[in-house]
Write a protein that binds this ligand. Structure first.
Ligand code: CA
Length: 233
């Protein structure tokens, strides 16, 4: 399993289940943040957005279906429901509310990891074969979270990787500061345009031939940024 340091928020009121999930995921390289209540889970998801959310439906402070709807309004991160409710109607309700997949308790580690991988793959936009994205000198393997420039691996921080994969998945399209902030940092960060500027500069320093005159990540003045696909070069 290649987690690439993906951050997972676990919203689950049962302590034993949280312990089991944390131990399983951390041993596979995931970063885990826990919440025992829906409200604290919602706060965790809002700042900054995780890569994936594991959500129990039966929570002490409200129904997980309502929480799924509220989470979907603030994040595009995949939501994998983990619940003792195994009826089709419950699954449909959760998926209609915005969940990506549904795992019925009890489940094993292998099944959990397989479902998580599928969710992360879909969210990354990688195709079924996992073929890396080739953008001129730049290659991005969204499944392995590997980035190469002219064949040489480049080390990116988790934020830089998120920035780059967002740009790459939208190659050729302008992304506004607000959209970048919401998708990379979370809905609570919409005013912090300087975050984007600082991290984009770092990303350019690592990826551009001449960071002062970027040819790959182009600034759209007053709007945002655009990753220039090779056909534009
Ligand atoms: Ca529960």
């Amino acid at each position: 399993v290649t987690s690439g340091g993906a951050t997972v928020v676990v919203v689950e009121d049962e302590l034993q289940m949280r312990r089991f999930i944390r131990a399983s995921l951390e041993s596979h390289g995931f970063r885990v943040q826990e919440a025992a209540l829906g409200a604290s889970g919602e706060a965790l998801v809002a700042s900054p957005n995780p890569d994936l959310i594991l959500l129990d439906l039966g929570l002490p402070d409200g129904d997980g279906i309502d929480l799924t709807r509220r989470l979907r309004a603030i994040t595009r991160a995949p939501i994998l429901v983990i619940s003792a409710r195994g009826r089709e109607a419950d699954k449909v309700e959760a998926l209609d509310a915005g969940a990506d997949d549904y795992l019925t308790k009890p489940f094993g580690v292998k099944e959990l990891l397989a479902r998580m991988r599928a969710c992360l793959r879909r969210a990354s936009g990688a195709d079924a074969t996992g073929t890396p994205l080739a953008l001129g000198r730049l290659t991005i393997d969204l499944e392995q979270r590997g980035v190469c420039v002219a064949g040489a691996p480049v080390r990116l921080t988790p934020i830089e990787y998120r920035l780059l994969s967002l740009l790459a998945r939208n190659a050729g399209r302008v992304l506004t500061h607000a959209r970048i902030l919401t998708e990379v940092w979370g809905a609570a960060y919409s005013g912090h345009t300087h975050y984007v500027r600082v991290h984009m500069a770092e990303l350019r320093r690592k990826l551009e031939l001449d960071p002062a005159r970027p040819s790959l990540i182009v600034t759209e003045p007053g709007v945002g940024y655009r990753l220039r696909p090779p056909s534009d070069e």
